[in-house]
Design a protein. Sequence first.
Length: 62
Amino acid sequence: MKIELDRPRCEAHGLCEDVAPKLMYLDENDELVLEQTEVEGADLEAAKAAVRVCPVAALRLV
């Protein structure tokens, strides 16, 4: 699966980074950076968690 970010919607709460630090992080400008977009296995589970915790629904799996 692939994780996608709706950048204009992202408000940089950082909850996704907390649950999936291997997949994403907030940079020095509080912009979310996706380390990888193709996810499977344990990374897929982390990506699903990140999608669930985003309070503004800026992440999705396709």
